[in-house]
Design a protein around this ligand. Sequence first.
Ligand code: AMP
Length: 216
Amino acid sequence: MNLVLLGPPGTGKGTQAQRLEKCYDVVKLSTGDMLRAAVACGSELGKTAQKIMEAGALVPDAIMVDMIAQRIETPDRSNGFVLDGFPRTTPQADALGKMLAAKDMKLDRVIEIKVDDAALIERITGRFSCAGCGAGYHEKFRRPKVDGVCDSCGATEFTRRQDDNPETVRARLKAYHRQTAPLLPYYREKGILETVDGAGSIEEVWGRIEALLGRV
Ligand code: AMP
């Protein structure tokens, strides 16, 4: 099963992609995570990407298409993949379609997670994660059970994404509406777009995705 999660920043695509990876045994391919790893190791790509990400803009299509092509070439497992954060533009979607067709593969579903912009800003600016295991938290909606201690691994250091500040978030939302939202009619026309309501808890949204895909 090959899936794409679509939606503006802060809809919980990363969290739901993690669940999909665990429960449906698909490989999660997150271009945001790949770029953050490149930034962390200080590679040339990382240096280029860092400035763009801090501005809330999109990294050029050619770089992103290359990045994803390398990963789809070498899937870790064969049960399929879930793309989180890719494609984000029509040229990326076209390139993905060609790349898959050349390997006799296709996308089965594109799942849009829909949330209002006003709710997104609150969601994004409050989120933080464990520096040890990466578990995600939120100041208002999902605090650790013991303040300052990760529920999953007990670490006491937490980090925030640099681009999760109000100014950058507004730029990211603008980029989504201008450059990524055209992918909704693009995939609707292909008959593979499904929309789930992204309001409510992680569990509630997961329930809607599971209902759509069928339990395994
Ligand atoms: P994300 O973690 O998906 O919110 O991505 C964080 C940032 O990485 C975005 O705001 C973009 O600057 C960059 N990025 C991630 N994926 C892509 C993509 N497919 N195309 C262009 N830029 C991307």
